[in-house]
Ligand binder design. Sequence first.
Ligand code: LLP
Length: 437
Amino acid sequence: MGFVNQNIKPFNTKINNKGNVEISGCDLVELAQKYSTPLYVMDKVTLEKMALDYKQAFSSYKNTRMMYASKALMTSAIALIFYKLGFGFDVVSLGEMYILKNAGVSFSHATFNGNNKGKDELEYALQNGIARVSVDNFYELEILNEIAKQKGMVQKILLRVTPGIECHTHEYIKTGQLDSKFGFDLNMVDDAICFIQSKYKNLELKGLHAHIGSQIFETQVFEDEIQVLLKEIRRIKDKFNIELNEINIGGGLGVTYVESDCPPDVYKIADIIIEAIKKYCKLYELDEPVLYIEPGRSLVATAGFTLYTIGSSKDIKGIRKYVSVDGGMSDNPRPSMYSAEYFAEIVNRKDEYNPKKVTVAGKFCESGDILIKDIELNSPEAGDILCVYDTGAYCYSMSSNYNGVLKPAMVLINNGKSDIIVKRQTLEQLVQNDVIV
Ligand code: LLP
């Protein structure tokens, strides 16, 4: 058992009497037969457990607002699950907002983030009553003020700042360091506030926002981030005589993809964050602010897995054996983009074990389309079902139609029940926007 983000597999994973892996009462081989592969699966029990742990972990800090970072995985059904659990949302595009709306979720607890929001996107956000816009740069201050003015309203905003904190994660998913495309450098904040006070009368500044990176295992960086934000709020209070009482610290908590990953559990990270807020509010003589947190990966990664069927294989004697599956970099681009590692197993024939070291390749026309390098699988054969774990975050949301391959379906499982929540794409849909001239 243990904490969700410290597990590789979803809760209630076992081997059943047919010798197959079963999760939340669903036989994975039967799921593959019923819905075909590749197939994304989300286990509702594991997802809800993580969401409730987050709420519980932060419950001693009453002013916490949980905002699910939609970019990790956004579908209408997933949006509704988080909404019912009392989560708000971090959204970054018209599309993510549209999915929220499609799910019937109000924007009254949503923050709009992003470094180059379009006018149409800002219009849509304001039209639908977005709770906060986290303004990223001077250009956005100007266009957002104009849009709010045209609508005769005052929009509540945060300023996204770059706190100058380095965390040890992949280069492409670091965001808090000075050399970043996101947010105002701390030395730009005064100008931004001067503009808001003097000419952007349709914007109301409520607080500061930062996000230092993703798949983080360290704890000190969160404490450092909170210190930077609260110190800045103190400085702003002294200089401008305004007290900002909201901080949004972004997301970033890591998960366990492979055994060597060791993220802190959510209760530990919550204690560190809450302690840091108390400590620095005392030090800088500030009231304790409203705390927004925006977890994405840690809420959904472990609840998700992908089922593939094994097809061809190639044994290069003395070098490597490749086994290929019916998906790959279009349904999970993370190994090829970030050298991300995953754990997998064959879910049928669990009653025998004859380990073979292989490399799991996708079916795409690229040598880099490798899902897992060097993993021991139970003597893989064509027709076996392979489960790759921890694919709930940043797989479906980053999927593509590369090589004209259709996007897989997604199924939600819950105590023996399974329901399609995203249908498999069809060939007709693949060409529906094509125009022949
Ligand atoms: N808030 C902001 C402003 C963010 O930019 C992000 C992630 C989050 C929250 C959520 O972070 P999380 O809790 O998921 O770490 N595609 C990459 C991850 C990119 C993350 C971008 N921002 C990957 O597959 O690893």
